[in-house]
Design a protein around this ligand. Structure first.
Ligand code: AMP
Ligand code: MN
Ligand code: MN
Ligand code: MN
Length: 281
């Protein structure tokens, strides 16, 4: 059992990077990857705490071929590579700008919230979940669903689109740091039809994509199989993970992955295939 998609306190997770390997081990996993949003700040602590196989990674926010917001996981990255660090600096700036504009819009609706209250909840990269937590703590929203629906999500009147890396650039920077570029949760949104998925995938493949996440909590069994099928057709690696942030999600566990509702685990062989692919290139 493995988990190739986990967040820590370096972005919007709850577990410190140095505790993730131990936590994964306690869940019976043989390998775990750190994939924080747009930052490698947790990677060194994570690697230093290795007690099982640990994979340095990242989850980059990027823009798809039609301007859609997509995420690319980079696995086996060198977290000291200069092109990667340079790109992350730009992403950090875009994120800061977006957070400030988003907060401004929310304040303009009469909500009493400050940047200090938001940044106090973060040890690293600040994201919308941190703003959601302040809105919940101060009684403006009942839970994060509510906060995203009313203030933070794409359909909220206060929403601000973050400037994003073009997908080709994101794949390029993952490759420049020696990593494998994986399209994260490609079919997690119900609006992603099979046709759209295949069309976007073709563009990603042309840009050098290495793999796709098939194993993912929000993927139905049918969707997982669609992703696995397209991976095979396109000669892509298959990846997967829990997208652990804390709360009700657990490292290594994909709830309801079987038709009887039992949790699904990510098989070890996916990782072995990745390692073979890296060796072969
Ligand atoms: P950001 O990186 O600031 O754009 O925030 C994106 C993060 O917000 C995602 O990685 C999720 O952790 C979280 N998120 C996105 N949409 C929702 C939602 N509808 N409800 C709860 N959390 C969400
Ligand atoms: Mn997140
Ligand atoms: Mn994601
Ligand atoms: Mn994630």
């Amino acid at each position: 059992m493995i988990d190739l998609h986990c967040h820590t306190t370096a972005s919007d997770g709850v577990t410190p990077p140095g505790e993730l390997p131990r936590l994964a081990e306690s869940q019976g996993l043989s390998a775990v990857a750190i994939t924080d949003h747009d930052t490698i700040d947790g990677v060194q602590d994570f690697l230093d705490a290795a007690c099982i196989d640990v994979i340095p990674g990242i989850e980059l926010s990027a823009q798809g071929p039609n301007g859609e917001n997509i995420h690319l996981v980079g696995l086996f990255i060198d977290h000291t590579a200069a092109p990667l660090l340079e790109t992350l600096e730009t992403l950090r700036r875009w994120r800061d700008e977006r957070n400030m504009r988003l907060l401004r819009n929310i304040i303009d609706t009469g909500v009493d919230i400050t940047f200090e209250e938001v940044s106090a909840l973060s040890d690293g990269v600040i994201g919308r979940p941190h703003i959601a937590d302040v809105l919940i703590n101060k009684g403006y929203c009942k839970d994060s669903q509510d906060a995203f629906r009313r203030y933070l999500g794409e359909r909220a009147p206060t929403y601000v689109q973050k400037e994003a890396l073009p997908y080709g650039k994101a794949i390029e920077v993952i490759h420049a740091s020696g990593g494998l570029a994986i399209w994260a949760h490609p079919m997690a949104r119900t609006s992603m039809t099979n046709t759209k998925f295949k069309k976007i995938l073709a563009d990603f493949v042309a840009a050098g994509l290495d793999g796709v996440e098939a194993y993912y909590p929000e993927h139905t069994i049918t969707r997982r199989m669609t992703v696995e099928h397209e991976a095979e057709v396109n000669g892509l690696l298959v990846s997967g993970g829990s997208d652990y942030h804390g709360g009700s999600r657990h490292v290594g566990v994909l709830p309801g992955g079987f038709s009887n509702g039992a949790p699904l685990c990510v098989p070890d062989e996916l990782l072995e295939r990745m390692k073979r692919r890296i060796k072969a290139r």
